[in-house]
Structure formats: C-alpha cells, structure tokens
Write a protein that binds this ligand. Structure first.
Ligand code: SF4
Length: 391
C-alpha cells in the first residue's frame, strides 16, 4: 500500500507564524494544475514501481488546497484514478480554510471524492485571528464548521493552536468549547511555535511579542488533552485527537514508513528500495517558479531534489522518534521484523528506570515495547533521543 501527498502552494495571505511553503499570488494557479497533471504522468511513466502499490490515502496539503476550484480538484482526482490503482476504501483529505467554504463548494468537492476535510480554524478569538493574520473571521469559522457538519463528508478535523502569547486557560477553554459544539470527529491541536523566518519570529526578536513560557504551554496541552478526552476525542499522537475510527490514516502511514509519493513544489516522498534494505527520501523542486520551469523542460530532476538514502538503522531510529509520540508507542516485534533493530541492555535498563519513574507505561502482556504515559508524552522527543543515543 502507498499514499499520495499533493502540495498546493497558494494562500490568500501569510499567517504570522507560518513557515510552510506558499505563494500569495494566485495568478499561476491554472497553469500549476496543468503542471501537476503533467508531473503525475511523468512520474508514473518513468517509475512504474510507483504505480505498483494500491493507493490507500491521498492528502491535499499546502498552502491552502481550498484555493483550487472544485473542478480542478476533480480533474486531479480523475487523473490519479486513471494512473494509479486507488483502493475502494481510500481516505482522501483536503486542507481547507473557513473563508473558502462557499455555498455549494463543499458538496462539489465531496462529490469529487474528498471524504475527509481538515479545517484550519486555529482559534475563534477575533483579536487572536487578527494577530495570526488569518484570512477568516470568528463568524466564518462557525459557519464553516456548521456547513461541514451538514456536508455529508465521511470525516473531518479542525486545527487549534494553543500556547499563544497572553493566552490564559479560560481563553483556551473558550476555543475548545466552541469547537466541541460541532462534535468534531478529530482535532489537531498544536502549540504555537516561533519559527525564525516568520513575521512572528521577527516580532519575538524585536521584543514586540513574548512567547508563552514552557510551563504554560504544558498546562495548555494538559487542558486540551483532558477536555477533548472527556468529550470522547482521545489523544492518539502528541498533537492529534480522534473519536474511534477517525484517526488520520494518511498521517499514521507516515509514522510507520509506508511508501508515499509527494507531488507539487516542496513535496517530500519516501519510497522503500526494491531490495528492502532501506528507503530513499527526497523532495521536489522547492519553489513554484522552479517547479513550473522543470515541468516546462520535462526535466528528469523534477522529483529528485536532495535525495537521501536511509538504511534500516536510520529508519528504526526515526520510527522510535515518531512512534514514541503516538499513544500506541513502538513495539519491539515491529522494530525487529521491519528494521532488524533490537534494543540493547543499556537501552533496556534506561527504559526500565523511566518506567519506574512513570514516564513509560507498564508493559502489556505479550507485547514488549515502549509506550509513553501522559507525563512521558510531554517529553517524547527527549525520551526517544535518550533511547536512540544508547543504541
Ligand atoms: S493558510 Fe496555512 S499554509 Fe497558508 S500561510 Fe496560513 S498557516 Fe500557512
């Protein structure tokens, strides 16, 4: 099985905190869709192995994929169905912003095959929306979620950002309660991260904004986890919460190193080598202009920017780093079978110590592995790095 990721690099405006790749000019949108269709044809012709596996998940990310028209989304999905063997049970996610939810649009994209929508709400607080430079208002966020509930879309999720400067817990609860009114099947909640090359990064450097203290961010994370948990939306990864059966299959497949192909500028791919000794990760041409140019030239370098080979040990370590962020943790059996990786005595004794201190959960019968407690999940990266460094 495999997944497809499609990067749509257009946004209405730049959010203060965002360091994803996007362009605010949308004048090349139609040409871009044409290039994307061309890229699909090119990669499947050059690498037949990319079409040898059934596509189980498709993810339109960005940027803002809802900047595409329903007709364009349909065209892309039609081409995918033509070139790949798409599973009957495929999960097809599209990221969307509330201000793009126009009458009829949701019904049209659901009709085209989108069965999971990821709504970028972030907050309902009007002042904070302005600070974030989001393109939508509180009213648009409410209207979008209402429309989503009635859309007949199989599943959906909304993003929230916590740990904002000057945000207290009561304020955070208002956002959570507002979202819970719509019974979301899934929520992604992230702490605000200050990335250096963003407007927020520059505001922090100039002391215009003071980022939230780590303690406050941890308390916010606890509030989010407990409030969503009480509503039946359980944490299955540090930032992801779902009702049973609504976990993101696409994201979960990244965490287990399922093959996936990224299309569009700056999209990443990972594909296991035929001999199973490791996998190659690469990214596409990073900028729209270069991407369009390479498409024009039919360049074979189209999809081979900075390839990196990962042997099984590197993949196992990465699996540990990502897997420990999930509620399921990492099973020793899967580390051994998939990556030929076995924990040594030093790693085991460190894990035993952390288990005694309550950071790692007790082992389940017949299922040796490492699963972090709620306390441990707060330090997931640190714990994973400690285990890896002893390997
Ligand atoms: S809409 Fe999303 S991708 Fe675009 S600038 Fe805002 S956060 Fe970044």
């Amino acid at each position: 099985m495999a997944g497809l990721y499609i990067h749509i690099p257009f946004c209405k405006q730049a959010c203060t905190y965002c360091d994803f790749y996007f362009e605010t000019s949308r004048k090349h949108r139609a040409d871009f869709v044409h290039r994307l269709l061309g890229e699909m044809e090119m990669v499947t012709a050059e690498r037949p192995d990319f079409t040898s596996e059934k596509i189980e998940t498709i993810y339109f990310g960005g940027g803002t994929p809802s900047q595409l028209t329903a007709v364009e989304i349909n065209q892309l999905l039609e081409k995918i169905r033509l070139l790949w063997n798409v599973s009957m049970e495929v999960e097809i996610t599209l990221e969307m912003n509330p201000d793009d939810v126009k009458k009829g649009y949701l019904a049209e994209i659901v009709d085209a095959g989108i069965n999971r929508i990821s709504m970028g709400v972030q907050t309902f607080n009007p002042e904070r929306l302005r600070f974030m430079n989001r393109a939508h208002s509180r009213e648009e966020a409410h209207l979008a979620l209402e429309a989503l509930q009635q859309s007949g879309c199989r599943s959906w999720t909304a993003d929230l950002i916590y740990g904002n400067p000057d945000q207290d817990e009561a304020d955070l609860m208002q956002d959570i309660d507002a979202l819970l009114e719509y019974n979301p099947p899934h929520v992604s909640a992230y702490s605000l991260t200050v990335e250096p090359k963003t407007k927020l990064g520059s505001m922090v450097r100039k002391n215009i904004v003071k980022p939230a203290e780590d303690d406050l961010v941890s308390r916010h994370m606890k509030v989010v986890t407990e409030s969503l948990g009480k509503a039946g939306i359980e944490r299955y990864e540090v930032s992801n919460f779902a009702r049973p059966g609504h976990e993101s299959r696409h994201n979960s497949s990244y965490w287990t190193h399922t093959n996936y192909l990224g299309l569009g500028p700056s999209a990443h791919s990972l594909w296991w080598d035929a001999d199973g000794k490791g996998a190659t990760r690469w990214s596409n041409e990073p900028k729209l202009a270069g991407y369009m140019q390479r498409g024009e030239e039919n360049s074979p370098l189209f999809r081979q920017f900075e390839p990196e080979f990962l042997d099984k040990k590197a993949l196992a370590e990465e699996r540990m780093l990502i897997g420990l962020r999930t509620a399921r943790g990492v099973k020793e059996e899967s580390l051994a079978q998939r990556y030929n990786y076995k924990l040594n005595a030093d790693q085991r004794s460190w894990i035993a110590r952390m288990r005694k201190e309550g950071y790692i959960q007790p082992e389940r019968d017949g299922e040796a592995g490492v699963r972090l407690s709620d306390r441990g999940l707060m330090l997931a990266d640190y714990i994973a790095l400690q285990i890896i460094s002893r390997g």
